[in-house]
Design a protein. Structure first.
Length: 65
């Protein structure tokens, strides 16, 4: 069995997965992130980006070869 992480993927695949992760994080935690950003004076887009990247490393990648 081959195990890959996000860094082992090509840039097109990384971009695609990044966009999916961003949508996922925004859908699941968008309102909580927005409230946190307002309460602590943090840039919402930066916070969203950080959570998106953190979320990418929670995915399990399965490939058909």
């Amino acid at each position: 069995m081959i195990q890959l992480n996000y860094n082992n993927l090509d840039s097109d695949t990384q971009s695609y997965l990044h966009s999916l992760s961003k949508k996922d994080v925004e859908m699941r935690f968008g309102s909580q992130l927005w409230e946190h950003a307002l309460k602590h004076g943090v840039d919402y887009e930066q916070l969203l980006e950080e959570e998106t990247i953190r979320n990418l490393y929670n995915y399990k990648y399965v490939f058909n070869i």
